[in-house]
Design a protein around this ligand. Structure first.
Ligand code: SF4
Ligand code: SF4
Length: 167
């Protein structure tokens, strides 16, 4: 039987493991405009991200393959983040000494633009504080998952994958 990778046994992936499976966007690309990065390392029959992408940036020869984004083709439209049922797609952009992370957010209340929130890593542990700079509620995602964009210190760009609203 093939060995189960540690991230599947553990239930979450760390950046080094992720970037041994898919390429990491270059810093130059991250500074140009938002880029979508899938954290979907399990071969499962699922492909709505590939179907929704307007530029065919998501390579997935069969629905059982893992998604790989052609970062040059990605226009940062966020549709893959909204549509992914596994909440596995994120968008990242570097701006100065900050990173802007766009992520799905299924809880209520939705954070508000300008609000300060607690930043959580992939295990749900607090790692710092950030500010919400954009919110797309469910009415505007055509029934798909609401998304938020949070600005974080750049060194947390590959750690923060959730936020907690503290009201
Ligand atoms: S953000 Fe838009 S263009 Fe980029 S991979 Fe996702 S759906 Fe495609
Ligand atoms: S839609 Fe989400 S869970 Fe399905 S293949 Fe794409 S990234 Fe993975």
């Amino acid at each position: 039987m093939p060995e189960v990778p540690p991230y599947l046994r553990r239930g979450y992936i760390i950046p080094d493991e992720l970037f041994s499976i898919i390429p990491k966007p270059s810093e130059e690309r991250l500074r140009q405009r938002p880029v979508a990065v899938p954290e979907c390392p399990q071969e499962i029959p699922c492909a709505p991200c590939r179907e929704v992408c307007p530029t065919k940036a998501i390579r997935m020869p069969t629905p059982n393959d893992i998604p790989v984004v052609d970062y040059e083709r990605c226009i940062g439209c966020s549709l893959c983040v909204q549509v992914c049922p596994g909440l596995a797609f994120f968008m990242i952009q570097y701006v100065g000494d900050k990173a802007r992370i766009t992520m799905p957010y299924e809880l209520l209340p939705l954070p508000e633009r300008g609000e300060e929130v607690l930043l959580l890593n992939r295990v749900g542990q607090p790692v710092g504080r950030g500010r919400i700079i954009a919110v797309v509620p469910r009415e505007k995602t055509k029934g798909d998952t609401p998304i938020i964009t949070v600005e974080v210190p750049i060194e947390l760009a590959w750690e923060v994958r959730a936020v907690r609203v503290e009201r």
